[in-house]
Design a protein around this ligand. Structure first.
Ligand code: FAD
Length: 291
């Protein structure tokens, strides 16, 4: 299928991009890697009359690693970030999530920030951002602002971006010392969106006991579902029965839908199993980092 007609702009200046989007209003869409937007146009599930291509806009590229964490520019492709060893060392959950995003061909073109803005409830990178308490840098007609991850995605495919605003970068903080992370998921075929996925972060104190534990579930709620499991695991050694209890608490918080791919009960079951696996792996990674 072919997309409906649209006007195409390819600005090179960020303020020009913002101006074009503001002028187009609800009829305008930014284009990044096109791996989600172009299929939506071709299937006629979206019909913006103006596309503003961000790919030539100056200042939107680059991965920066510093003491705080990793800053990912809006034009950084999933594959570029996945290959960045300094970023992977600073924030291991980036690589753990990225390897689960689609297929290598899609990761070659799709952008990590575009995935966060697209806000698919099944997408991995919004969950990584949410679990790490990251943030999105935004530029719009009124200037720049930074939106915390917890406030950025407001619903399925909905964000806090206002008309004319673009996301210029995402910031992924370093986990605190003693933290291990993991991301596991189940999909019908390799590379498909997950039926359910779970990211986890477990922090161990000097005595090897858990001081903080959280998970973030995808595909089982309208937005990435962050659940604080510290009350279930703190003070213990993340033993199997403690993890089972924590996983049950996380699964109870889910609100999955029935769809053609899986029923709600099955997704809730997956949420429990996958949270348990992610917590066990994250706990093992935390122990290994302390050794
Ligand atoms: P685009 O398609 O260009 O844009 C997507 C949306 O975000 C549009 O509404 C656009 O206007 C907006 N947008 C993008 N960037 C900005 C910005 N900087 N500022 C403002 N608005 C912006 N993703 C997963 O997470 N997991 C998967 O398992 C997965 N599987 C896939 C399988 C297939 C077959 C395909 C085709 C895609 C899959 N994807 C998956 C999606 C892929 O990760 C996309 O690349 C990503 O979701 C969107 O990034 P993009 O750069 O391609 O954005």
């Amino acid at each position: 299928m072919k997309p409906p007609p649209f006007a195409y702009h390819a600005p090179t200046d960020p303020d020009e991009a913002v101006g074009l989007l503001a002028e187009a209003g609800a009829e305008g869409k930014a284009l990044a890697g096109g791996q989600s937007l172009i299929p939506l146009l071709n299937m006629r599930l979206a019909a913006p009359s103006v596309l503003v291509d961000l790919n030539r806009v100056a200042g939107l590229g680059g991965v920066e690693v510093d003491a705080d964490g990793v800053r990912v520019g809006a034009l950084v492709r999933h594959a570029q970030l996945e290959a960045d060893t300094a970023a992977a060392e600073a924030v291991p959950l980036l690589g753990q999530g990225l390897r689960l995003v689609a297929h290598p061909v899609i990761r070659n073109r799709g952008t990590t920030v575009g995935s966060i803005v697209h806000a698919d409830p099944a997408a991995e990178m919004p969950a990584v951002l949410a679990l790490l308490d990251g943030a999105v840098e935004v530029r719009g007609p009124a200037g720049t602002r930074t939106v915390p991850a917890a406030e950025f995605i407001t619903g399925p495919m909905e964000t806090a971006l206002a008309t004319g605003e673009i996301a210029t970068a995402a910031r992924f903080p370093r986990p605190e010392p003693g933290t291990g992370t993991a991301f596991v998921e189940i999909s019908r075929r390799h590379g498909d969106y997950a039926l359910c996925g779970a990211a986890a972060a477990v922090t161990l104190g000097a005595d090897g006991r858990v001081t903080r534990a959280r998970c973030c579930l995808i595909s089982v709620a309208p937005v990435p579902l962050v659940v604080d499991l510290t009350p279930q695991l703190a003070g213990g050694g993340a033993q199997t029965d403690e993890i089972d209890e924590a996983a049950a608490v996380a699964a109870e918080r889910t609100d999955p839908d029935d769809d053609i791919h899986a029923g709600a009960d099955y997704r809730r079951h997956l949420a429990r199993v996958l949270t348990g696996r992610a917590l066990a792996q994250a706990s093992a990674a935390a122990s290994a980092s302390a050794a």
